[in-house]
Design a binder for this molecule. Structure first.
Ligand code: ASP
Length: 328
């Protein structure tokens, strides 16, 4: 895409000059979780697709800023210069963390410019391969029989894996049965699960698929309302609804954001480039192979995505507050 975007000198309103964006300076995509995990994976593939779509040697780099369920990375972007050179990829944590953190350093609906929705990703309940359970029913019985002895890994308060573990424990009424162990992302959490240092995890298919295929972890159920019938490897796992957890439906999404105040011409350009990337067959194929669905319809329009995040915040708040687990 040709860089025809013009920035006006807003301070005086008198001088208008053409300044190509992004120019020689790279665009940094901040991933608020550890390298190698689901958010990192989609970010790296998206950075490649957006770089290709932008052309002219545009340079996207990925920076991992982990910790506190993604809120450290999100804070960094909220406070970054609003020039389009620092972007955030975040997931449902954008909507869950306001209810979980009393002292969040940013307001999700006020401190960011919304660029659009990227994908939807179901999650799976998985366990270390040494667990004595080979299907969901055995697994749930095993959890009950071992109350107080098992632990569940997650990517920090407010992360998708944390949210899933809260919802699942509350659905099976086993809140006290497990200790929760936070990591800087689900890549290190997965290493601990494969190594047998933790017992269970709920994570996106983009992280679980390869490990299930290699037999390094056991999988028990999917968290979406429907089975993953389009994916040869995952299609036979039951949904939690089928397993009797009425109404259980958790699908994660990722979105792209810029700091508040980024010039509108830059935002328009970035959204167009995002949309081209979301229609890139290589990007779509990669995501689909891992059980994720690329969103390339009007839900990737900035206003639609912002309205969606607002509705997710409203939906998650009572659910999380009922659980009563807060951080500072
Ligand atoms: N999948 C993680 C989560 O549970 C985050 C990550 O490591 O990408 O939120």
């Amino acid at each position: 895409m040709k860089r025809l975007f013009v920035l006006a000198a807003a301070a005086t309103g008198l001088i208008a000059y053409a300044q190509p964006f992004p120019g020689a300076k790279p665009i940094t995509l901040v991933v608020p979780f550890a390298a190698g995990g689901p958010t990192d994976r989609v970010a790296r593939d998206l950075a490649k697709a957006m770089g290709k779509a932008m052309g002219d040697g545009a340079n996207f780099v990925v920076e991992n800023v982990n910790g506190a369920g993604g809120t450290i990375g999100a804070t960094k972007v909220a406070k970054a210069a609003p020039d389009g050179h620092t972007l955030l990829i975040y997931h449902i944590g954008m909507a869950s963390t306001p209810a979980l953190y009393r002292k969040l350093q940013y307001k999700p609906l006020e401190d960011f410019e919304y660029l659009g929705l990227i994908n939807e990703v179901p999650m799976m309940l998985i366990g270390k391969r040494q667990l004595r359970a080979n299907n969901y029913r055995d697994f749930e019985n095993h959890v009950r029989a071992n109350a107080g002895k098992l632990n569940i890994a997650h990517a920090g308060l407010g992360s998708a894996s944390h949210l899933c573990s809260l919802m699942w424990q509350s659905a099976i009424k086993a809140d006290q049965a497990m200790a929760t162990i936070p990591f800087g992302g689900t890549a290190p959490a997965m290493n601990a699960l494969v190594g047998g240092q933790v017992d269970l995890m709920c994570d996106q298919t983009t992280n679980t698929t390869g490990q299930i295929e290699a037999g390094r972890v056991k999988a028990f159920a999917v968290t979406s309302a429907q089975r993953l019938s389009g994916n040869m490897l995952l299609k036979d796992y039951p949904t939690l609804q089928e397993m009797g957890l009425k109404g259980f439906n958790l699908t994660i999404w990722h979105g792209l954001y810029a700091p508040k105040g980024t010039p509108s011409a830059v935002l328009t350009q970035l959204n167009s480039v995002l949309k081209l990337a979301l229609n890139d067959p290589d990007f779509i194929k990669k995501e689909e192979g891992l059980g994720a669905l690329v969103v390339n319809d009007q839900r990737s329009d900035p206003a639609a995505h912002k309205a969606f995040v607002a509705s997710e915040i409203a939906k998650l708040k009572p659910l999380i507050e009922a659980g009563g687990k807060f951080a500072d």
